[in-house]
Write a protein of this length. Structure first.
Lengths: 118, 114
């Protein structure tokens, strides 16, 4: 059974780049798409983007100019970089495996809270 | 870009009652790509339904999904105490320019104890 674990700084300063890593265990990174989703405090889920291990990506149009999702296959990890952050980027960030054909997200990490503040 | 609208925003029901949650897409979508998730406070979302009607592994049969085109429904036949949570629909969308795709979520429906 695939398990996912997010890691990264819990506090990022405004205008800086948020960087998170999702470590995949119990499965191969080549078996799924890999998504990042976030949830601002008290709000709903927002899809950020997804990637395939070979490098193909798709991003939420509202975040596209600031987002980069990539994989490190040697470590079975994938990462999220979100540049020029503001307080509006404060959220719980989740990584999730995404089915290659039907695009549902069947395994989720527990989430990591990122606060943007000086 | 596809937008998913869920209704109602909040559903107040008692244990044992039937819950009917709606997810409407801004344009016709394939039912193959419609999923539902349950999220409890402080927890990550959990996949309930995929392909509009298929239950994920371990999901009890009191949860069922239906619908096609632009209108989809999640039904909980008899609410149990652990079912009070927020529910989200999610869809694969292929209508972005340059062949890009998106995986938008609806805004969620909270099922609360009456």
């Amino acid at each position: 059974q695939v398990q996912l674990q997010e890691s990264g700084p819990g506090l990022v300063k405004p205008s800086e780049t948020l960087s998170l890593i999702c470590t995949v265990s119990g499965g191969s990174i080549s078996s799924y798409y890999w998504s990042w989703i976030r949830q601002p405090p008290g709000k709903g889920l927002e899809w950020i983007g997804y990637m395939y291990y070979s490098g193909g990506t798709n991003y939420n149009p509202s975040l596209k100019s600031r987002v980069d999702i990539s994989a490190d296959t040697s470590k079975n990890q994938f990462s999220l970089k979100l540049s020029s952050v503001t307080a509006a980027d404060t959220a719980v960030y989740y990584c999730a495996s995404t089915h290659l054909v039907l695009y549902y997200m069947d395994v989720w990490g527990k989430g990591t809270t990122v606060t943007v503040s000086s | 870009e596809i937008v998913l609208t869920q209704s109602p925003g909040t559903l107040s029901l008692s244990p044992g009652e039937r819950a009917t949650l709606s997810c409407r897409a801004s344009q016709s979508v394939s039912s193959s790509y419609l999923a539902w998730y349950q999220q409890k406070p402080g927890q990550a979302p959990r996949l309930l339904i995929y392909g509009a009607t298929s239950r994920a592994t371990g999901i009890p049969d009191r949860f069922s999904g239906s619908g096609s085109g632009t209108d989809f429904t999640l039904t909980i036949s008899r609410l149990e105490p652990g079912d009070f949570a927020v529910y989200y629909c999610q869809q694969y969308g292929s209508s972005l320019p340059f062949g890009r795709t998106s995986l938008p979520f609806g805004q969620g429906t909270k099922v609360e104890i009456k």
